[in-house]
Design a protein around this ligand. Structure first.
Ligand SMILES: [Zn+2]
Length: 113
């Protein structure tokens, strides 16, 4: 399940976790209408975040992939949960490490032929 946040840098507030873009739009529109008379505050931000609230846009590609995998594993048991699940985090790193080592091994076999 994808998670989204809306952040208003003028008010220094962040929306509750949203579980869809429609919910995110409702949160951001409500904040703009209630606090900023419908205007768009400078520096506002909205986008997808992981279970711990980190913005995917701020992560590097490997960290994003790891976080997406860890969230997917953790969502199998708790689809709307938040926070770090250590077992999912470790399983994600194990999956990425195995894929990397398998790639190196297959490359070595192919190059040695
Ligand atoms: Zn605001």
């Amino acid at each position: 399940m994808r998670r989204y946040l809306y952040r208003c840098t003028l008010c220094c507030t962040t929306s509750p976790m949203c579980f869809g873009t429609a919910e995110l739009d409702a949160q951001s529109n409500h904040h703009r209408a209630a606090v900023h008379s419908g205007h768009y505050p400078d520096g506002e931000r909205s986008g997808a975040v992981d279970r711990t609230g980190r913005w995917y846009a701020d992560m590097g590609p490997l960290t994003t992939l790891h976080s997406l995998l860890a969230d997917a594993f953790a969502d199998l048991r708790d689809p709307t949960g938040q926070g770090l699940r250590l077992w999912a985090w470790a399983l994600s790193w194990l999956t990425l490490s195995t894929a990397g080592l398998l790639t190196v091994w297959v490359s070595g076999v192919v190059l040695s032929l």
